[in-house]
Design a protein around this ligand. Structure first.
Ligand code: AMP
Length: 395
C-alpha cells in the first residue's frame, strides 16, 4: 500500500484531473463554514495542479444527504471559500454527472478549477456503483485521490473510479503514507505508542497491530480501567467495558510474551461525579475508592509517560489520557502533548480526539504529523488496507 504513484510522478499538463478531496467541513445552522481547515489542507495539491497547467475538477461529499439532492448540503459555501483562498474563481457545477457538468468541464482552460456538487446527492456514490464510477470517470483523464479522511471507505469517488483512469495520490495522502506508513513499517527506535480514549473496544485492532511493532505501549484514558479490572484492582465507578475484561487480560499477557513494555497509569485523578466542578483527588491506581471514578491520569503517571515520550525516536498517539473536555481533567493529556512537543523524534498524532486536543492546546505546529483522518487513521494503525489508497496505481 505504500508504493503508490503520487501526482509528482504523472504528467498532468493540459489534462483534466478529477481530484477527490475532503471538503466535509462543519457548517453552522445558517450554512456558514465554522472551520475551513479541510479546505486549507487541500490547497497544496490544487495549487500544484494549477501550476502544472492541469484542468482541475474537484469532487467531495458534505454531510449525509442520503442519496438525494438537498440544498442544505450544497457545496456552494465551499466553492466560495475556496475561490477566496485560491484567488481564482472556482465554479460550482449544478450536478455531479450529466450534460451540464460535461459542458462545464469542456469549457475549462489550463489552470482552471471547478467543483462538482456533493457526490453523495447520488446514492450510487456510497454503493460504489460501477456505472456511476464510469460516468464520473468520463469527465476526466486522470484520477487523483487526496481525501485521506474517506480513504477507508470504498465509494465511487474514493475507489471505484480508479478502475477506469490512470491514478495517483495527492500530497495529503502521500504525507500520511510517508510518515505514518514509515512508522508502521520501519520505525526509528525506541518506538512508543500512546493509546487512550474512552473504550478498549474501539482500539483493540490498533493495540493488537502495534504490539507487534512498538517497544513500549502506554495506555491511559478511560480504557485503562478495563485493564485495571483485569488485574484485579478496585475501579469504583470508573468507565468499564465488562465484556472486554478477559481480552484486556489477554493483551497484558501477550505484551509480556512479546517483550513489549505495556505501561498503565500508576496513579489516577478521581472524582465522585462526572463533572468539572466535582472535588478531585489523586490516588494510587490500585486504590480507587468505591464511590469515585477515574477521570485522568495522575501526576506521577504524567511524569513517567512524559519521560518515555521525550526519549523516543518515534511516537504515535491516539486518544486522550482523561476527560480532557473538562479543564480539571485535561492535565494528563496536556502533559503528554507537551512531552510530544519536546520530543526530537518523529511525532505522530493519529487523528480524532487527540488531534483536536493537540490543536486546542496549541501544540499542533510542534508535531511531525497530525493525521487528517479519524476512522481512516485508526484503520491505518490497525494495519488494514484502505480501499481509497489500495485502488491507486502502483509506482
Ligand atoms: P476516543 O474517541 O476513543 O479517542 O475517546 C475520547 C473520549 O474519551 C473523550 O471524549 C474523553 O472524554 C473520553 N475519556 C477519556 N478518559 C476518560 C475517563 N477516564 N472516563 C471517561 N471518559 C474518558
Amino acid at each position: 500500500m505504500l508504493n503508490k504513484k503520487s501526482i509528482q510522478e504523472i504528467d498532468v499538463e493540459s489534462r483534466k484531473v478529477l481530484l477527490r478531496v475532503d471538503f466535509n467541513v462543519p457548517l453552522d445552522e445558517n450554512g456558514a463554514i465554522t472551520d475551513d481547515r479541510r479546505i486549507r489542507e487541500a490547497l497544496p495539491t490544487i495549487r500544484y495542479l494549477r501550476e502544472h497547467n492541469a484542468k482541475v475538477v474537484l469532487m467531495s461529499h458534505l454531510g449525509r444527504p442520503k442519496g438525494k439532492f438537498n440544498i442544505k448540503y450544497s457545496l456552494k459555501p465551499v466553492a466560495e471559500r475556496l475561490s477566496e483562498k485560491l484567488g481564482a474563481e472556482v465554479r460550482l457545477a449544478g450536478d455531479v454527472i450529466g450534460e451540464s457538468v460535461l459542458e462545464m468541464v469542456d469549457s475549462l482552460k489550463e489552470g482552471d478549477v471547478m467543483l462538482l456538487e456533493n457526490v453523495r446527492f447520488y446514492e450510487e456514490e456510497e454503493k460504489n456503483d460501477k456505472e456511476f464510477s464510469r460516468k464520473l470517470a468520463s469527465l476526466g483523464d486522470i484520477y487523483v485521490n487526496d481525501a485521506f479522511g474517506t480513504a477507508h471507505r470504498a465509494h465511487a469517488t474514493t475507489a471505484g473510479i480508479a478502475e477506469f483512469l490512470p491514478s495517483a495520490v495527492g500530497f495529503l495522502i502521500k504525507k500520511e503514507l510517508d510518515i505514518m506508513g514509515k512508522a508502521l513499517t520501519a520505525p526509528e527506535r525506541p518506538f512508543v505508542a500512546i493509546l487512550g480514549g474512552a473504550k478498549v473496544s474501539d482500539k483493540i485492532g490498533v493495540i493488537e497491530n502495534l504490539l507487534d511493532k512498538v517497544d513500549t505501549l502506554l495506555i491511559g484514558g478511560g480504557m485503562s480501567y478495563t485493564f485495571f479490572k483485569a488485574m484485579g484492582y478496585e475501579i469504583g465507578k470508573s468507565i468499564l467495558e465488562a465484556d472486554k475484561v478477559e481480552l484486556a487480560g489477554k493483551i497484558l499477557k501477550k505484551a509480556e510474551t512479546k517483550g513489549v513494555k505495556l505501561l498503565l497509569p500508576v496513579d489516577t485523578t478521581v472524582a465522585a461525579e462526572f463533572s468539572n466542578e466535582a472535588p478531585l483527588k489523586t490516588v494510587p491506581a490500585a486504590m480507587i475508592p468505591k464511590d469515585q471514578m477515574g477521570m485522568d491520569i495522575g501526576e506521577n503517571t504524567s511524569r513517567i509517560f512524559a519521560e518515555i515520550v521525550k526519549n523516543a525516536k518515534t511516537v504515535v498517539w491516539n486518544g486522550p489520557m482523561g476527560v480532557f473536555e473538562m479543564p480539571n481533567f485535561a492535565k494528563g493529556t496536556l502533559a503528554l502533548a507537551k512531552a510530544m512537543s519536546e520530543c526530537t523524534g518523529t511525532t505522530i498524532i493519529g487523528g480524532g480526539d487527540s488531534a483536536a486536543a493537540i490543536e486546542q492546546m496549541g501544540f499542533a505546529d510542534k508535531m511531525t504529523h497530525i493525521s487528517t483522518g479519524g476512522g481512516a487513521s485508526l484503520k491505518f494503525l490497525e494495519g488494514k488496507v484502505l480501499p481509497g489508497i489500495d485502488a491507486i496505481d502502483d509506482k
